[in-house]
Design a protein around this ligand. Structure first.
Ligand SMILES: [Zn+2]
Length: 217
């Protein structure tokens, strides 16, 4: 279930998460998960700079530690960034403590107040704790660039059917997705230019103080 808009019932079940932007202002929101990556993130940043578009990067803490200069470049070029856990854990197969610790460790690096759960998998109890401190950002357009069985053309065709102002689209700055992401992004940027659409970075509420000690140990 991707390269499609998510079913309308899903946001109704989880109204506390951010699923979509506002269609009124002609802006959409390109987002990139799983970086920073030393090769693909700079190439994506180059393409965004060339097209004069802004995006949001949900970064894995360990990757920020490995590639701090790439993370600095994201921040220096007017994009937003968010927390994607320290080690890209799924919330479904991890203890509450370990998941929240991973959130906190990454939050210490990102300090943005935006969080996206890896795989979109988060338990209600985890969402309650994290949502009190961070905006939980999901998506309404999954491009499918992570699926190695698909071609960039397939991803692009399906994505363009659903791309529109207000969309929050997920792509990846990762090695695994790169075979599709770069061609996909190029096509998306061309479509945006021809339609006069822009991508805006998601607003960052900023980190809230006092987070330590409030989670159960
Ligand atoms: Zn991810």
């Amino acid at each position: 279930m991707y390269a499609t808009r998510i079913p309308k019932t899903v946001p109704v079940l989880f109204p506390e998460f951010l699923w979509t932007g506002s269609p009124e202002d002609r802006a959409l929101h390109l987002t990139f998960d799983d970086g920073p990556h030393p090769e693909w993130t700079p190439r994506i940043l180059d393409m965004l700079a060339e097209a004069e578009q802004k995006a949001t990067f949900f970064c894995v803490g360990e990757n920020i530690e490995r590639h701090p200069a790439v993370f600095d470049r994201i921040r220096a070029e007017g994009h937003s960034w968010g927390n994607h856990t320290m080690r890209h854990e799924s919330g479904w197969n991890i203890s509450q403590y370990a998941y929240l610790k991973s959130f906190l460790d990454c939050e210490a690096l990102t300090q943005s107040g935006l969080f996206r759960p890896p795989y979109g998998r988060i338990k209600r109890s985890q969402a309650r704790s994290i949502g009190a401190r961070s905006k939980i950002v999901m998506w309404d357009l999954l491009t499918g660039d992570f699926d190695t069985r698909r071609s960039p053309e397939q991803c692009l065709k399906a994505t363009l059917r659903h791309l529109q102002p207000g969309a929050i689209a997920v792509m990846h700055d990762s090695q695994k997705a790169s075979g599709r992401t770069m061609g996909l992004l190029q096509g998306v940027l061309q479509q945006m230019q021809s339609q006069g659409w822009r991508s805006e970075a998601l607003a960052m509420p900023g980190a809230k103080a006092g987070i330590e000690g409030e989670f159960p140990h």
